[in-house]
Design a protein around this ligand. Structure first.
Ligand SMILES: *Cc1c(COP(=O)(O)O)cnc(C)c1O
Length: 570
């Protein structure tokens, strides 16, 4: 049964707009990967946690400060409870784990099963019942317990469900790396030993694949090794230190690296950054880290009006995404019409939710994603006077912001507050709106319904980014820092525009980078983007259709998954 299937492990997966089981790009990528796997009829299955109380619902208080509430969702409406139970040990207690099955359906008949692990069972203690409630909730101990359930419980659940012939375990980020410990134990048992050794490490490496997603240190979980030993109730994590740790920490990224035969970053540049950043304790050799650039699932992210235009102009695009190259000569009026439809949907919804009173004729810039310091969401507001002056002299602007900060990220929350408070200081030429509770649904409306998609991360910290790919698919060109996927996707003036503080010839330092990047952003707006939008509409539409033709045909999860099949799964 289930010969040679691929088991994809991810702490978050965006499965349905009404299931708040994701926080941002990582979860959306995981969901898009599974949707493309279903399209390609790949023998894949996935494991995650149930997150029955979701990530959180965001609202802003009158001062613009983010507040959070749990978001319960109707689990049985989407998932089927399975009778199978497995056990994991946490601090000496036996914790019962069950799974709910969700099926990712595709454009054909093939479904990809997803097993959502759940410990909220009457047999468990009150604390253990909370362990699958909240995505990225609690402290480091809560996180470790969740990762034990995901990694160790996940492998045990697959075996209990009859999946004995998994050919690849794919760790989507390091959260699932404890699956390696379970596979080491399985291997030792198979060799009839009571403890694992180097032979088992080789056996596990042959089965595992690891994708690392961020150069940000907070994205790499580390736990004190003595704490891990106590929670797991085993001291063998202290043996084979080169596999489990650096110093006295269990480092989930290094565990995944040491137990995988194929490792990749998520864009060409990110591969280079990861190779520089992740070096083994034994410096005589280095990790082989490849890259596979991310993508998006096109049929999920195309607005209705563009899906209809593609159906007319490039039939077969859902089955073969590369066909979208033919959009390079789609009729310009049809492209503009599809965009105006998407834009009126977005603006209608924004005006319903807020008192922003946006209009269809004004150039609208969108910025929405997780809020965290390196994304520099307020770069556009670096010099308010300059921004107002451009809008007054060259052409009016509307700016739409959205995005959540992690509940523990004070800096991210301060950036949201700064933006919310700036709203009142911009004057009549620049309308600014901050949309609360940005999510999948709002993401679909915004990435298709603004005119220009803005991204201003501090390089080289944006591993890939995917929202700009969703925008390109819908004929919305990016105006972005050259980092992550945009280094590959930007053809200046053809698919969009670069923001690059070094463009003026000055050398960038940590002090001057942000002001120089802001200056480059204002320069592009003043001299290129705003004049093109208001003064040369056919020229602007040309960029729109080249964005689709070049970028949607390339930056999709169908192409991405074919690379995983060739490089990691076969
Ligand atoms: C696509 C998406 C993201 C990822 O955005 P980036 O710009 O790549 O960081 C985050 N959140 C939601 C809801 C998305 O749909």
């Amino acid at each position: 049964m289930n010969h040679g299937c691929i088991a994809y492990f991810s702490m978050e997966i965006a499965l349905d707009p009404s299931m708040p089981t994701y926080s941002g790009g990582l979860g959306v990528l995981a969901g898009d990967t599974l949707r493309s796997a279903a399209d390609l009829k790949l023998p894949m299955l996935a494991v995650t946690l149930l997150h029955s109380k979701g990530y959180f619902r965001q609202s802003l208080d009158p001062s613009g400060w983010q507040t959070e509430e749990a978001t319960e969702w109707d689990v049985p409406k989407f998932c089927e409870a399975l009778p199978t139970r497995v056990q994991v040990t946490i601090e000496g207690r036996t914790v019962q784990v069950r799974a709910w099955r969700y099926t990712v359906n595709s454009i054909g008949e093939h479904g990809v099963p997803v097993f959502l692990l759940d410990t909220d069972l009457p047999e468990n203690s009150a604390w253990d019942r909370t362990l699958t409630h909240q995505l990225y909730g609690g402290n480091f101990h809560y996180r470790l317990c969740q990762e034990i359930i995901l990694g160790i419980g996940g492998v045990r659940m697959l075996r209990a469900l009859g999946y004995h012939d998994v050919s690849r375990f794919h760790m989507n980020e390091g959260h699932a790396a404890l699956l390696g410990l379970e596979l080491l134990d399985e291997s030792a048992r198979w060799f009839q030993r009571t403890s694992f050794n180097e032979e088992d490490v080789q056996a596990v490496r042959a089965q595992c694949v690891f994708t690392t997603h961020t150069p940000i240190p907070a994205g790499h979980d580390k736990f004190p090794l003595d704490h891990v030993a106590r929670v797991l109730g085993r001291s063998d994590v202290f043996t084979m230190r080169d596999v489990f740790c650096c110093d006295d920490q269990l480092n989930m990224t290094y565990l995944a690296l040491n137990l995988s035969h194929y490792v990749n970053g998520v864009a060409k540049k990110h591969g280079e950054v990861a190779r520089r950043m992740l070096t083994p304790r034994d410096a005589r050799h280095s990790y082989q880290i490849d890259h596979i650039t991310n993508g998006v699932h096109l049929t999920t992210w195309a607005s209705p009006s563009f899906a209809e235009l593609f159906d007319r102009h490039v039939p077969g695009w859902r089955e073969d995404n590369t066909l979208l190259r033919a959009m390079a000569n789609a009729p310009k009026e049809a492209v503009w019409h599809a965009h105006q439809l998407a834009k009126s949907l977005a603006i209608g919804e924004i005006n319903r939710r807020t008192n922003a009173n946006l209009d269809l004729a004004t150039l609208t810039i969108g910025f929405a994603r997780r809020f965290t310091a390196y994304k520099r969401a307020d770069l556009l507001l670096n010099d308010i006077t300059r921004l107002r002056e451009i809008a007054a002299r060259v052409g009016r602007l509307q700016i739409v912001y959205g995005g959540k900060a992690h509940p523990g990220d004070e800096q991210g929350k301060r950036i949201i507050q700064h933006i919310a408070q700036t709203r009142n200081t911009l004057g009549p030429e620049v309308r600014l709106v901050y949309l609360e509770n940005y999510d999948w649904e709002m993401g679909r409306l915004l990435t298709s319904g603004v005119d220009v998609w803005l991204n201003t991360p501090l390089p080289p910290l944006e591993a890939s980014g995917t929202s700009g790919m969703k925008a390109a698919l819908n004929g919305v060109p990016s105006l972005s820092i050259l980092d992550g996927w945009w280094l590959e996707g930007c053809v200046e003036g053809v698919t969009g525009w670069a923001v690059d503080g070094a463009a003026g010839g000055k050398e960038l330092t940590s002090e001057n980078q942000t002001p120089l990047d802001a200056a480059s952003l204002y320069h592009q707006l003043e001299h290129v983007v705003v004049p093109l939008y208001y003064g040369n509409r056919p020229g602007f539409i040309e960029v729109m259709r080249q964005a689709i033709a070049h970028n949607a045909s390339q930056f999709n999860t169908q192409r991405m998954l074919k690379e995983y099949i060739a490089k990691a799964y076969s």
